[in-house]
Ligand binder design. Structure first.
Ligand SMILES: [Mg+2]
Length: 213
């Protein structure tokens, strides 16, 4: 692994799949939502699951509605708030084992932030599990009405008052957490826990950052 070049002033982390197990989101979208819809319509879980998934697919990841839980609760006519749903599942948020060690070792050396795509309401419950390490959090959906793009990374650096190359971002999505920031001039590392990729900019776990920085 090559060292990211130049001085790093702020270290940034993606959340889902990077700090916490992304399966939490699946619980909400793929278990609770179909379960609530099944209950409301008197369907089996399987029937509701197939219907709900088809509805998600019609919208697709490129549309911001995809990430908007209020939209889906309205769309399926479910009378439950996202806050209740998230609270109910909060216990099942799993932080990856090396995260605490990594964050506590880094936090005396670098100010840290998180940059997540997910709406802010999904973030709060996860931050409670992660501890008080981050001085600023960005939700690209809530703050910029956008997925993670090159422009969004530039804008974040502007808001942080740093040059792009002074930010190091770490995340698990090759496109959103490696390609987009790199194109913006932000240093980036992609966490590849399963070791599926090869090439530069990859780490297998967050603790590798400690030897790089
Ligand atoms: Mg992620």
């Amino acid at each position: 692994m090559e060292k990211p070049v130049g001085k790093t002033k702020i270290v940034s982390f993606d959340v889902d799949g990077t700090l916490v197990d992304a399966k939490f989101n699946d619980l909400v979208w793929l278990e609770e939502m179909p379960r609530l819809y099944a209950e409301k319509e008197g369907l089996s879980f399987e029937e509701a699951y197939r219907f709900v998934l088809r509805e998600y697919e019609k919208v697709g990841e490129g549309d911001l509605k995809w990430y908007d839980m209020d939209h889906w609760l309205r769309h399926f006519g479910v009378r439950k708030s996202y806050a209740e749903i998230l609270r109910q599942y909060a216990e099942r948020i799993k932080v990856y084992p090396e995260v605490e060690k990594t964050l506590s070792a880094l936090h005396n050396r670098f100010p840290m932030i998180v940059i997540t795509l997910m709406p802010r309401e999904f973030l709060e419950f996860k931050l409670e599990k992660l501890g008080d390490y981050f001085f600023r959090t960005f939700s690209t959906i809530s703050d910029f009405k956008s997925v993670k793009t090159e422009q969004v990374y530039r804008e974040i650096c502007k808001r942080l008052n740093i040059a792009e190359h002074e930010l190091l971002h770490i995340g698990d999505s090759w496109e959103a957490d490696y390609v987009a920031p790199t194109e913006a001039g932000v240093k980036a590392l992609c966490v590849d826990r399963d070791g599926k990729r090869n090439g530069s900019g990859l780490i297998k776990g967050l603790d590798e950052i400690l030897t790089i920085l």
